[in-house]
Write a protein that binds this ligand. Structure first.
Ligand code: ADP
Length: 439
């Protein structure tokens, strides 16, 4: 039986008892008073319920007695359930947004009509948008680059779009579009500027190598064709001269290939050995001797090893260090006119140790200095070629030094001379053996 019927029965009983003792008027009065009280009780609870619906979500439902008590506790249970589901949903939405924010790529969600719904910081940067301000705006009103608009409207998203940003110079993006749900789309943008730069470098490198090889090869082919066409027209000494010139060019190509192989081995090889001890004093003496041979008496080549530093050892590769030091010394010889002075030195410094080559040669103008270690970069192409340069020497030196945690420093005054120094950190120096104390 419902609570309403029980209340009615109770009222009828109270009215009947009152009727027995006081007559029908009293019975009616008791019954009316009961109905009024019951009505007030229900009205009060309806009012509390109405007030509760205006409270913030999660506010506990009011407590009550009787039928309202049961109804309220049922409501309380349902409201808690709904609240929990909502909390869980908003927590997972928040986690999803956090994950999207942390992504290294730009993510932009579009709703129907390609209107912006949400985007992460990367997408804001890539497209020059503002997640809050631009919400609800059609993306093509803000990103107007024709290639992008065409791509979005074409509807064929099998291949990504490569886009050079017109807002941020130097930014190249790979853009992918993934349609989902009901007319929704996800746009993923990736910054591929670095890859593009590497690709350009690779293309330039292949172009440079081909050019460097083609010049001597053209000369060799020219000589050979001339000889093949009329060997009998030339005197033996002329033939010999041609052959010698062809040989020179072939040696040039061989040197270039050797330098390229050295560079490639340095780039792909394992790090320089950290356990091999290199006796730098004798190594530097050999390098100075080679420089004297190359100079053939045209320069004064000196060597300066600070007292006490003759037996300083470095951890590293003797072969590589020799190649780097020889490159620096031979450059000094090649870029110093006859009669000039070249000084090699090896000494410990506060930060570790330094090998330096100083010359009073042609020097380098300041605007070229920071580019000297680029592959094939030469200040004076003609002079470099004449002296057998490949344009790869300093690139090799830089590589070798960085494999030894060392740094190449270049100081130069145009027309006065240069100083190229290799600075090794203290960690690369073999610590001196502890002195034995006599007992
Ligand atoms: P290269 O084979 O042309 O000498 P490097 O990489 O060894 O190539 O050097 C790059 C450029 O740096 C040279 O072409 C030259 O212009 C400049 N250079 C290097 N060493 C010296 C130096 N000691 N004095 C003046 N210029 C130098």
């Amino acid at each position: 039986m419902g609570g309403g019927a029980a209340t009615l029965a109770l009222l009828a009983l109270a009215a009947a008892v009152a009727g027995l003792f006081g007559g029908p008027v009293l019975a009616l009065a008791v019954f009316a008073a009961g109905v009024l009280l019951t009505y007030a009780f229900h009205l009060r609870n309806v009012q509390r319920l109405a007030e509760w619906t205006h409270e913030p979500v999660g506010t506990p439902v009011p407590s009550a007695r009787g039928i309202w008590g049961r109804a309220f506790s049922d409501l309380q249970r349902r409201s808690r359930l709904a609240y929990d589901v909502r909390e869980r949903l908003s927590a997972s939405l928040e986690r999803f947004r956090e994950a999207s924010q942390a992504m290294p790529d730009g993510t932009l969600y579009l709703s129907a009509g390609d209107r912006i719904e949400w985007m992460n910081h990367k997408a804001e940067q890539h497209f020059g948008l503002d997640a809050v301000r631009d919400r609800g705006v059609a993306v093509t009103k803000l990103v107007r680059q024709p290639e992008f608009v065409r791509f979005l409207h074409a509807g064929d998203y099998a291949d990504p779009l490569m886009l050079q940003s017109d807002r941020r110079p130097g930014l190249t993006m790979m853009i992918q579009i993934v349609p989902f749900g009901d007319e929704q789309k996800m746009i993923v943008s990736r910054d591929i500027s670095q890859l593009e730069r590497l690709e350009t470098m690779r293309r330039d490198f292949v172009g440079n190598v081909s050019h460097e090889m083609r010049t001597p090869l053209t000369v060799v082919i020219g000589f050979l064709e001339t000889l093949v066409d009329g060997l009998e027209d030339f005197r033996p000494d002329e033939v010999k001269r041609y052959l010698r010139l062809a040989l020179e060019q072939s040696v040039r190509m061989e040197t270039l290939i050797e330098d390229l192989l050295t560079l490639s081995a340095l780039e792909t090889g394992a790090p320089a050995p950290a356990e091999e001890r290199v006796a730098v004093g004798p190594l530097v003496q050999d390098v100075a001797e080679d420089a004297r041979l190359l100079s053939a008496g045209r320069h004064e080549v000196g060597l300066d090893i600070a007292t006490g530093d003759e037996d300083a050892f470095l951890f590293g590769s003797a072969k590589e260090l020799r190649s780097a030091f020889t490159n620096l010394a031979s450059n000094a010889v090649r870029y110093t006119p006859a009669g000039g002075k070249i000084r090699l030195s090896w000494r410990r410094i506060d930060a570790g140790a330094e090998f330096a080559v100083e010359d009073d040669g042609i020097g380098v103008e300041p605007q070229h200095i920071h580019r000297l270690t680029e592959r094939f970069y030469r200040v004076d192409r003609g002079r470099s070629r004449e002296t057998g340069g490949t344009g790869l020497g300093l690139a090799i030196v830089k590589h070798i030094l960085s494999r030894h945690d060392a740094e190449l420093r270049i100081e130069s005054v145009y027309g006065r001379g240069s100083r190229f120094s290799a600075c090794f950190p203290a960690a690369r120096l073999v610590p001196p053996a502890p002195r034995r104390t006599r007992k």
